[in-house]
Each structure stands twice: as structure tokens, then as C-alpha cells.
Design a protein around this ligand. Structure first.
Ligand code: PEP
Ligand code: MN
Length: 348
């Protein structure tokens, strides 16, 4: 439920609304806005008797939030959420952001080399797994702490921001020390203790859609992060299971306009895991930008046949350059652009 204050309501009026909501046993979240202040009521999973609040001084109207998710909904907050990173990259604004890098960090040479090449052609965020959730227990599970240290080195060398996955609640604290964005993977989208810890992390979170999750389930998973006080959440469509086996997953591009209408949070697309096939990544990346994605996450490896994970879907660096040129044109054709490249002076 959202309590909209009159434009001339005083701070005392807002405080009285907060106190009343708390007295009723719920939590209150004041939401200052350009035009008006609102106070959100959370903690209810059913109807709330709003008569007590309606009668308070300074209250314009009480609006029920009809969706099961509250703080992530457009009803709660109309303006788009912008996630601003320390290197100036903004996710969710008019410019399309590109996160790229190998599936996993494998060595210092690999990650530093690829980071330079990606930065040169305009990527501003470096991806790379240090903790890899793998379908088989016998597959490569990442370099762990050493992988995080190498990502931090790559950031220092290039000025790119780092996004990397945390796979358990304890791991969040470690990832937060090294990364600029904490990734929650598809397999963990409904790992609620992990979501709660990531919500307390104090750093932006990239939340990937589970491979069998509905859009409402994705938004409710994001609600866990906002409920812990983290508003810097980026959603990611990375494909869902389908009955067809020509691709690894079915990249659900409809999710992009659907999420945009339901939520103020930015949403990006991952055509790499979404297709699982190198030759399909560029066409689906183009389509995702055309569909209104706020960004892309793309796997690129300096030597895909030798990649320790997801080589079959990893682009060669030369292909990534083609992708960047093509999506720039598409972004411009819909009144957007790509995030400006980082200045080369950062690379020493
Ligand atoms: C990844 O981004 O490396 C990854 C494991 O993706 P997902 O969680 O979408 O499978
Ligand atoms: Mn991968």
C-alpha cells in the first residue's frame, strides 16, 4: 500500500503517517519524490485497513499496490531506477550498457588480456566467474579467491567495473570486497538466504532469471533484495527451459517489455546462456537491444575452444567487436546509444 502525501504536507505529517503504520504492526518506507512524498507500507501479504491512515493530516490518497511484489513495482515507484557505478557507467538510463568477459576467470593472462580488448571496443563492465555453479560436480568450479583477486587486478588495469557471482550467503561478503556488482545466478534465483545477504551487501546486485522461473517469481526474488534495503538491482533475462533442443535455453525477449511495464528496475539480456551457441549470440544480442534491454551480458573468451567453461557459446574477441558496432546502430535507431567507452588513458 502506498500513502501519497499532499504536496504541502509537512515533515511532521509524514512522521505521523510512519508512526501510525508502525503502530499497526507494519514497516514504513518514506519515498521522497520530485512532485510529492509517498510512504510505502510493507510487511502485509493481504489487505490492510487503510481508514486510520486515510484520516491523517497531510494525506492525499491511499493506493493499494495490487501486485504481489511491492517495492519493485511501477505502482510503488514510477520513475526508472538508475544504477550508477563508480566508473560512471549508469545502468537503466538511456544508454545501453555492455558487460562482457569469459564465463570463468582462468588465469591472470586470460582475464587481463580479454579485459583490455573488451574495453577498447566499448565494454565498461567486465564479467568473469570466480565461483562457478556447475551442473556436474566434476566440472571446473572456478579459481575462488584467486579469481576475485585477478578480477580486481583487471579493474585496476582497465577501469572496467567487475561483476561476478556469489553462490552462497557466506560468499557474498567475499565477493562484495572485490566486485562492483554481485551476481546471483539462475540456479540461485530462489535461494532466499542468499538473496537476503545480497540485499544487505551495500553493492548493486545483478539478479538472473531462474531457468524455470516465471516473471512474477523473478520480481518476487528481486523484492527480497529491496526488502533488505538494496534498491540497486539489475534484472537479467538469460533464457528459460523449453521443449525445443536446438538451443540451450529459450531467450525470452518478451520478458523485457513485460518487466519494463511492471517494474522500475533495469533489465538486461544474456544471449550467451540464452542460446548456448556462439553463432546465435549476435542475432539475439541485436534483438535484445531492439526489444528495449538496458544492457547485455556477453561471454567472450580469447581462445574459446580452450575455455574451461562455456566455450561453445563464447564469442571470439573479433566477433564481439562486430556485435558492438551492430548494437550501437540499433540503440541509436530507437533513440538510445551505447554507454560511452572508457578513456584509454586508464590502461597503463
Ligand atoms: C554465468 O553468468 O556465468 C552463469 C552461470 O549464468 P546463469 O546463472 O544464467 O546460468
Ligand atoms: Mn557461463
Amino acid at each position: 500500500m502506498l500513502v501519497v502525501m499532499k504536496h504541502n504536507a509537512s515533515q511532521e505529517h509524514v512522521d505521523a503517517v510512519v508512526a501510525t503504520i508502525e503502530d499497526m504492526g507494519y514497516s514504513a518506507r518514506p519515498i521522497p519524490g520530485g512532485q510529492r512524498t509517498a510512504v510505502g507500507l510493507i510487511g502485509n501479504d493481504g489487505g490492510v485497513d487503510s481508514a486510520r491512515i486515510q484520516g491523517l493530516e497531510g494525506v492525499l490518497e491511499v493506493i493499494p499496490v495490487t501486485q504481489p511484489y511491492k517495492q519493485v513495482s511501477r505502482e510503488w515507484k514510477e520513475e526508472d531506477t538508475l544504477v550508477t557505478l563508480p566508473n560512471g557507467t549508469v545502468v537503466g538510463g538511456p544508454e545501453v550498457v555492455v558487460m562482457a568477459g569469459p564465463c570463468a576467470v582462468e588465469s591472470e593472462g586470460q582475464i587481463i588480456d580479454i579485459a583490455h580488448r573488451l574495453r577498447e571496443v566499448g565494454a565498461t563492465i567486465l564479467r568473469g566467474g570466480a565461483f562457478k555453479p556447475r551442473t556436474s560436480p566434476y566440472s571446473f568450479h572456478g579459481l575462488g579467491l584467486q579469481g576475485l583477486e585477478l578480477l580486481a587486478k583487471a579493474r585496476e588495469a582497465t577501469g572496467m567495473m567487475v561483476v561476478t557471482e556469489a553462490i552462497d550467503p557466506q560468499g557474498v561478503d567475499l565477493v562484495v570486497e572485490y566486485a562492483d556488482i554481485v551476481q546471483i545466478g539462475a540456479r540461485n534465483m530462489q535461494n532466499y538466504p542468499l538473496l537476503r545477504r545480497a540485499g544487505q551487501a551495500g553493492k548493486p546486485v545483478l539478479l538472473k532469471r531462474g531457468m524455470a522461473a516465471t516473471i512474477d517469481e523473478l520480481l518476487l526474488a528481486a523484492e527480497y533484495l529491496l526488502a533488505e534495503g538494496n534498491n540497486n538491482v539489475i534484472l537479467c533475462e538469460r533464457g528459460v527451459r523449453s521443449f525445443d533442443n536446438h538451443t540451450r535455453n529459450l531467450l525470452d525477449l518478451t520478458a523485457i517489455p513485460v518487466v519494463k511495464s511492471l517494474s522500475h528496475l533495469p533489465i538486461i539480456a544474456d544471449p550467451s546462456h540464452g542460446t548456448g551457441i556462439r553463432a546465435k549470440v549476435i542475432p539475439m544480442a541485436r534483438a535484445a537491444v531492439a526489444a528495449g534491454a538496458d544492457g547485455l551480458m556477453v561471454e567472450v573468451h580469447p581462445d574459446p575452444p580452450r575455455a574451461r567453461s562455456d566455450g561453445a557459446q563464447s564469442l571470439y574477441p573479433e566477433q564481439f567487436e562486430v556485435l558492438m558496432d551492430q548494437i550501437r546502430i540499433i540503440a541509436r535507431s530507437i533513440g538510445r546509444d551505447l554507454v560511452a567507452p572508457l578513456p584509454s588513458a586508464v590502461a597503463l
